[in-house]
Design a protein around this ligand. Structure first.
Ligand SMILES: Nc1ncnc2c1ncn2[C@@H]1O[C@H](COP(=O)(O)OP(=O)(O)OP(=O)(O)O)[C@@H](O)[C@H]1O
Length: 578
């Protein structure tokens, strides 16, 4: 896992290596100073040898300056390395997610992906910085200090044989209990993120329905759920501090007690005891540092695991070995297709057989939840079938290079979005190279040109994030124009004219018929008027094709179709009477 994530260090490796080298220099000098201090006391101060004191003092001053420079350099490089590592990791994760299918995104959930890209990566960044600074410093300090303590007085230094393992055991137990709790914390962050995202995206609905208070409660609940586990996890980690202090003061007491007796006995000098106490402090400080590193590691191991899950997740939709890079025509065939969503027990499409000829206009109608969107999403491979085959241009869609397939199958989704930028920028998502004339032509076909021209800045009008400054119907027409600019062989409109008035809708249908005769068109709609003029209409009921025929024939033979038609006519009449 760490190897996979560590791969993102890349060009920052040299900084990541320089940092511990500088830390080693800093630590080595730092631990040598108490030794020099003991020499200064025993050979300089006690006998009153001023020349010795001056010589050693100058030596210690130079050493301290080098040690300081090492420490500063290590901080500088470790910040650079960790920030760069986080940048790369974010990029790698984001890049990997771009290849995700709809199913993969469903698998993790959008909120969870957002938390992984932000909070989790920040944790890793902090842990990495600590790792290359502290993780090098703490063990080196520990080893140097213990070695020096044994050099000064091996007998007294035996105290570390007891105190160091005691601390290590305490730490290990704390980490073993704390780690699973932190994993839980991040799962709960996903939950909070979901509540916040939903609220912000649907803020207009929240206001209309006066749901602010309920939404407030939902967010407060999600926050409390984080608080519960987080405080528990933190409480466990905080146990570290009393254990540390107990061992530290115990060790110091031991040294002071036995050291004083030995000085009185004349078997030890004052300088030796001073340096031993300094080394004891260093040993315990390094253990404290190590425990902080472990604490941070405990928190970030949970994050690392979550990031690794995404990074190593093999998309369910992968390009085949020798992909087909050309789509012959807009022929579509469903051959005995069954489909179920991941983790969903219900088969949403069953035994689908349907052949659509190039250039045909097909309407798709059925009750809500009957499987219309699910059916068309299989054509550009937004999901893969469980059984059977979907073919485009005579080829199984799984044989195509995914980009080629999606360039040729343009889909206007039910919940389509515009991105911040101008209208022209948004339309050029369909074709980056499109000329202004081509933009206008596509907009004309989608009946969007007139309203765009009426805006003061025309095609340079700025669209706010999510397209909140254009009406629902205008947004739908712009997304249709965007899809047309791809010049696809197959165009799928998934309930994409639902917010467009019936007159404009019929103008769009007419423009498609007259101007795009070769393009295969699939139009999912709730309104029969939107599909009435199609060559054939597919009626879907509970994931099965109930009938495929023209409007006139269906009106004669298909009960469900007649029901939908009658309900809409009656609905219209009732509406007219009101
Ligand atoms: N991503 C998904 N994960 C699990 N179940 C899903 C998913 N998307 C849709 N479904 C379920 O599959 C069924 C068919 O959904 P689908 O969106 O295809 O219906 P639809 O006919 O297009 O409905 P509508 O007219 O309301 O858009 C529904 O019961 C829906 O709850």
């Amino acid at each position: 896992m760490l190897k996979r994530i560590g791969h993102s260090v890349r060009e920052y490796k040299k900084y990541a290596l320089l940092s511990p080298i500088l830390v080693a220099i800093e630590t080595f000098i730092e631990t040598f100073i108490p030794f020099l201090m003991s020499k200064m006391i025993d050979k300089g101060i006690v006998p009153g040898n001023l020349a010795y004191i001056e010589k050693l003092g100058a030596f210690m001053l130079v050493g301290t300056l080098i040690s300081l420079a090492g420490g500063a350099g290590a901080s500088w490089y470790s910040s650079k390395a960790s920030a760069g590592f986080a940048k790369n990791l974010r990029h790698d994760l984001y890049h990997h997610i771009q290849d995700f299918s709809f199913e993969d995104v469903d698998h993790f959930s959008t909120s969870s992906i957002v938390v992984r890209l932000t909070t989790d990566i920040m944790n890793i960044q902090q842990a990495f910085q600590m790792l290359i600074r502290m993780a090098a410093r703490a063990p080196l300090m520990l080893i140097f200090s213990i070695t020096m303590a044994f050099t000064v007085d091996a007998q007294m230094a035996m105290v570390f044989v007891v105190s160091v393992p005691a601390m290590v055991i305490g730490l290990t137990v704390i980490i073993a209990i704390g780690r699973p709790l932190f994993k839980k914390v991040y799962q709960r962050y996903d939950g909070l993120n979901q509540v916040v995202r939903e609220n912000l995206r649907g803020i207009r609905v929240v206001k209309t329905y006066n749901r602010a208070e309920t939404e407030d409660k939902k967010a407060a609940q999600a926050s409390s759920r984080i608080y519960e586990v987080f405080s528990k996890a933190e409480r466990i980690l905080q146990l570290n501090s009393p254990i540390m202090q107990f061992v530290m003061y115990g060790t110091l007491l031991f040294l002071a007690w036995f050291g004083a007796r030995r000085i009185v006995d004349g078997t030890m000098q004052t300088g030796q005891l001073v340096s031993l106490i300094a080394y004891a402090m260093s040993v315990l400080m390094s253990l404290n540092m190590l425990s902080n590193v472990f604490n941070q590691m405990t928190i970030s191991l949970a994050s690392a695991q979550r990031i690794n899950e995404v990074l190593t997740y093999e998309s369910t939709l992968i390009n085949p070995k020798n992909p087909v890079t050309e789509v012959k025509d807009g022929d579509i065939e469903f051959d005995n297709v069954d489909f179920a969503y991941e983790d969903d027990q219900v088969t949403r499409l069953e035994g689908i057989n349907l052949h659509i000829k190039p250039g045909e206009t097909i309407g798709v109608i059925g009750e809500t939840g009957s499987g219309k969107s699910t059916l068309v999403q299989l054509i550009p491979r937004l999901y893969d079938v469980n059984q059977g085959v979907v073919k485009v241009g005579g080829q199984d869609v799984r044989n195509y290079d995914i980009k080629t397939l999606r360039d040729n199958v343009s889909m206007v989704l039910q919940q389509n979005v515009l991105f911040s930028g101008t209208i022209a920028d948004n339309l050029r998502w369909g074709d980056e190279e499109a000329t202004d004339e081509q933009l206008v032509q596509a907009a004309k076909l989608a009946q969007a040109d007139a309203f765009v021209q009426s805006l003061p800045d025309g095609y340079n009008t700025h669209i706010e994030q999510g397209g909140s400054n254009v009406s629902g119907g205008q947004k739908q027409r712009l997304t249709i124009a965007r899809a047309l600019l791809k010049k696809p062989k197959i165009l799928i409109l998934d309930d994409s004219t639902s917010a467009v008035d019936t007159h404009t809708d019929s103008l769009i249908q007419k423009a498609f018929r007259d101007e795009l005769p070769e393009m295969t068109k699939l139009i999912i709609a709730q309104r029969i008027s939107s599909v009435q003029g199609a060559d054939r209409i597919v009626v879907i009921d509970q994931g099965k094709i109930e009938a495929v025929d023209t409007h006139d024939e269906l009106m004669k033979s298909d009960e469900l179709y007649q029901d939908i038609y009658n309900s809409q006519i009656k609905g219209g009449e009732a509406h007219a009477k009101n």
